[in-house]
Ligand binder design. Sequence first.
Ligand code: SF4
Ligand code: SF4
Length: 372
Amino acid sequence: MLNNPTINSTISLPKTEFDTLLAALRELGYQTIGPRVRDESIIYTHIEKLSDLPQGYTSKQGPATFRLVKSNHRRYFDVIPGAQSWKQFLFPPRTHLFTVEKVERWDIQPNAEKPPRYAFIGVRGCELAAIEIQDRAFLRADFHDPVYRARREGLFILAVNCLHPAGTCFCASMGTGPKVQGGYDLCLTELEDTFLIEIGSELGRDVISRCQYEPASGFLQSAAAKGLERAAGDMGRHLSLDDLPSLLTDNLELEHWDEVGKRCLSCANCTQVCPTCFCWDATDHTDLLAHSTRRERVWDSCFNPQYSYVFGGNTRPTIKSRYRQWLTHKLGAWKEQYDTFGCTGCGRCITWCPVGIDLTEEIAALRKEAQA
Ligand code: SF4
Ligand code: SF4
């Protein structure tokens, strides 16, 4: 073991030491969350030890297709995740905001629950980029969301460089992967017998210093670099950003919008699985005597007809108009609003769309019509 690992250095952690790393995080008060196999898919949930991770699995993904495949390899981080993303922990699908009670007068009691401190284990480049996109919406200079901020500030991130992308991935096009672009405490690349780990923060350095680690040889580092180069060339999808966002915002009347509008079911799956989508609604739950009302925040979607209902009518009454709003926001207006695209190329919306609508193909079709 070396003394004093430094920030930005890379060490080699034997796989047998990974449980020590997880235990160190728990000693520091973190709940360790990572990928696990459940119901023939991958979910993000509590993990305690390396063997909880999906060793030996990969996933085959295509439009409206997800198959978990058990292979002969011994790696733990090869499987590209399922529908769930880390969004559910920082921006939960349902959040109790406050309760209003009538005792002698109306009293507002904020939700006083202590925010959980999570350590995310296995955050891919596209997923970390998605967290940073949500930061721009929830942690603005002039406004911050207190629920999101409390969870985000207490977060530990162990990122993972992606060596085996799935058929619906296009993070290389979006510049978010397969190599993680920063913003982590630790970043892991899995090789056959060891984890190469880059140290990204003081906290990450502290956690690694509690483990038995070794120097990262030039040979191991070059194997990791080659794996990442191969992964960048193995993307299942590609998206050209050349003429975006103007391709979308200047072409709202193309015929292709009608065509995709006929296929889309407006089911909202794409927005629920998308790690950057942040639309929400507030709902009030009142007791029968109307003495107590609990206000909750719940995920919403621009595909829900009610979402665009304003006084006097619905501003987006057709499925075509809702699909167009989603895509032009993600890859058009979002750029002006947040100085980034609202898409990181994770591919979930393609995999989990029940009719297999693929935004990379829709963009190509729109481009072809606009250029005709
Ligand atoms: S729009 Fe689709 S590919 Fe892009 S981040 Fe959202 S789910 Fe992933
Ligand atoms: S694009 Fe697909 S997932 Fe999204 S609302 Fe339409 S049918 Fe549902």
